[in-house]
Design a binder for this molecule. Structure first.
Ligand SMILES: Nc1ncnc2c1ncn2[C@@H]1O[C@H](COP(=O)(O)OP(=O)(O)O)[C@@H](O)[C@H]1O
Ligand SMILES: N[C@@H](CCOP(=O)(O)O)C(=O)O
Length: 332
């Protein structure tokens, strides 16, 4: 459960009085998420989500995240909308933390991922990438290669406590990634954390996307790589090529991927595995004592990294020749 900051009844009623939401009926910490403190806030107007921004979310980035949600909602993407107070301001402060109330999105994230979820995810991700075409704000990716190196430096000395040899593996992988990272691919704002717990479904239909607090500018296809890692491995660690193919083919129906983007996928998958391995490793070694949060397992991402390291080429695991033929041999 991610509740780093406790909110007293008194603090909450003073805070809620700044909105036109009626009286607060209940406010409960949410038993999911690891980054920020989230509460299900029920008022006379209905349910909302109250978020207090913690650790990795920098206050200066919040206008970008809130502006992005407003832009996407305007483009018809189902996502939470920041709720302004009576003064028109959405971003406020509560218990010394930046805080926002956003609209509640109905639906459930899939506990057991079925191939059809991956198909719907592919379409939604591509729609998101098209919808940001005219979003004018920018945020560099703080968790790209230089950020990975900083995180690694903070955890390197203790990495082998988590798995023997992890330090050397990460050192070598960071060097390899630096030498092979693609350049010049189509880029724009990406979600950058579209894990199953951030995608809601109602029945078989995808009902919305949440948690835009890692969104940033990067290659669109890097977002695809993040989703392949988060959605296309089974609990036993095996890669599910059917899920990856469905994710990719449905993405490509909405936003075609060039041959250059497809060819870069194996390295982007490796990079994405390292990115989540490093944040999880850091959190594993440093989670605040007493905080109501369960750190996620870094080794899940070490296993995913090893899988991608063992792959010899694109055709080996995602796509066969007929898939690749659709993209021609063009560049980016
Ligand atoms: N707008 C929303 N509508 C409904 N539930 C939400 C909403 N935002 C967050 N939640 C719930 O809170 C949980 C944690 O939110 P999330 O944004 O993923 O937190 P974190 O940023 O800490 O990872 C989600 O899994 C979901 O259950
Ligand atoms: N998805 C990340 C952790 C970020 O937490 P989330 O609750 O915002 O998804 C991971 O799995 O490491």
């Amino acid at each position: 459960m991610a509740v780093y900051t406790e909110v007293t009844d008194e603090d909450l009623s003073t805070f809620a009085a700044q909105y036109d939401l009626g009286a607060v009926l209940s406010c409960k910490g949410i038993a999911e998420g690891v980054e920020n403190s989230n509460f299900l806030l029920v008022t006379e107007r209905g349910p909302y989500i109250l978020t207090l921004y913690e650790k990795r979310t920098r206050k200066e980035d919040l206008p970008f995240f809130l502006g992005l949600m407003e832009h996407l909602a305007d483009k018809g993407i189902a996502c939470p909308l920041p709720v302004p107070g009576r003064d028109g301001v959405a971003l406020r402060e509560l218990c010394g933390r930046p805080a926002v109330i956003v609209t509640f999105l109905a639906g459930m994230w899939p506990r057991r991922i079925m191939p059809q979820h991956c198909a719907r995810l592919g379409e939604a991700l591509a729609r998101l990438h098209l919808a940001v075409g005219d979003f004018r704000m920018e945020r560099p990716n703080a968790l790209a290669l230089p950020g990975w190196k900083e995180l690694f430096a903070k955890s390197a000395d203790r990495a082998d406590e988590v798995a023997p040899g992890l330090r050397a593996t990460l050192e070598a992988e960071l060097t390899a990634l630096e030498a092979n990272w693609p350049v010049g691919l189509p880029a724009g704002v990406i979600h950058a954390d579209l894990f199953p717990d951030n995608v809601f479904f109602r029945g078989d239909s995808l009902s919305g996307l949440i948690d835009f607090y890692f969104a940033c500018n990067d290659f669109f296809v890097y977002d695809v790589a993040i989703c392949i890692n988060a959605w296309c491995f089974e609990i036993d660690g095996s890669f599910n090529a059917t899920k990856a193919r469905l994710l990719l083919s449905n993405y490509r129906k909405v936003r075609p991927l060039s041959r250059g983007e497809l060819d870069s996928l194996p390295w982007l998958c490796r990079g994405s595995a390292v990115r989540f391995l490093l944040t999880r490793l850091y959190d594993w070694l440093n989670h605040p004592p007493g905080a109501f949060v369960r750190p996620k397992d870094p080794l899940e991402y070490l296993r995913k990294l090893r899988f991608h390291q063992s792959v010899r080429g694109l055709g080996d695991y995602f796509l066969d020749d007929s898939d690749l033929a659709e993209s021609g041999t063009g560049g980016q």
